[in-house]
Design a protein around this ligand. Structure first.
Ligand SMILES: [Zn+2]
Length: 322
């Protein structure tokens, strides 16, 4: 099947994404790659599916490091079927599980790091997920916090509770978000949470030494649209300065936390990113980027199928979205 299917995808992708000034750059987003399937989130990428996706991606697309792809997009010199791979947040599995697979396939990726969670920290979403996963209770009452009452009686119920709570907690002010999540952990009856989900400084340095690009993703991963100009600038700058001092290298690229234009960051905040000396930035707006795209709001896309044919179809369909 593959010998028929992949050349067909390549052919269609070449028509939609030709070389030169009419090129369309696909940028893929990933977060975590797990050693095995998570019972709460069976669709989360595993080592096995990521390996298969990279093999397929390589057979259809020309994978370029994102800094090079961004430069060549502007210059109108991209190859046909150009794509770049990105990872957000700074999970430890990016070093332990992702890097070996990228190296096996000879691929490059850019890793956007929220610096305050490295070295034993935990993103708020993981605190919610891990508290609910580990809760011995069958119900979680957060109604006085405006977050409802949730059944925790099964993995499916826990996944549903997480799916309802996260989108609400995400948009709380940073300090309120922290106290709310701490209260959720206490009510879940959980006193120990994992502290090794994110990379350590040593792991980050290893990823960088392996030739991977390290990009900025703010310090504390706030919703930038909820911050004023000075606060947004401070968050973006703090992450960049920390990474540059730690790695001894210039940090050229930035990814907006959560990344939806208008909702998660304001278009005018792209000017802050430019002023701070980044060369380009990526959002989570679906679709592809062209020579006419704003270099500080490049689009990204998450294909999520485990079936290789459907996965390739989604990638090709994404090429039609602009
Ligand atoms: Zn993120």
């Amino acid at each position: 099947m593959h010998s028929i299917t992949f050349p067909a995808f390549r052919f269609v992708a070449s028509r939609l994404s030709p070389a030169g000034p009419k090129a369309r750059l696909s940028i893929l987003i990933f977060h975590r790659v797990l050693p095995e399937a998570d019972p709460l989130f069976p669709r989360e990428t595993t080592v096995e599916t990521f390996d298969a996706q990279m093999r397929l991606l390589k057979s259809v697309f020309n994978i370029l490091p994102l800094p090079e792809a961004a430069t060549r997009l502007q210059a109108g010199t991209l190859p046909a079927r150009a794509a770049s791979i990105t990872f957000d947040d700074g999970y430890a599995d990016n070093l332990t599980h992702v890097l070996p697979i990228l190296q096996k396939h000879g691929l490059h990726a850019t890793f956007f790091i929220a610096t305050s969670y490295l070295n034993g920290g935990r993103m708020f979403n993981d605190t919610v997920i891990e508290s609910i996963r580990r809760s011995p209770h069958t119900q979680l009452d957060l109604s006085d916090l405006g977050l409802g009452i949730h059944d925790l009686g099964s993995n499916a119920a826990k996944a549903e509770a997480i799916g309802k709570i996260l989108p609400q907690v995400k948009y709380l002010r940073l300090d309120v978000r922290e106290t709310t999540v701490a209260e959720l952990t206490a009510r879940a009856g959980v006193d120990r949470l994992p502290d090794d989900l994110m990379m350590t400084t040593a792991q980050l340095k290893q990823l960088h030494a392996a030739g991977m690009e390290i990009g900025g993703h703010t310090h504390r991963h706030p919703i930038l649209a909820r911050l004023d100009h000075a606060e947004a600038q401070a968050e973006i700058a703090a992450g960049k300065v920390w990474l540059e001092e730690t790695l001894g290298d210039r940090v050229r690229l930035f990814a907006y936390p959560n990344g939806k234009p208008g909702t998660d960051y304001l278009p005018e905040q792209a000017n802050i990113v430019r002023t701070l000396g980044f060369d380009a930035a990526v959002s989570t707006q679906r679709g592809v980027s062209t020579t006419r795209s704003d270099m500080y709001q490049l689009r990204r896309f998450t294909p999520w199928d485990t079936n290789p044919t459907t996965y390739a179809l989604r990638l090709v369909r994404n090429l039609t979205e602009r």
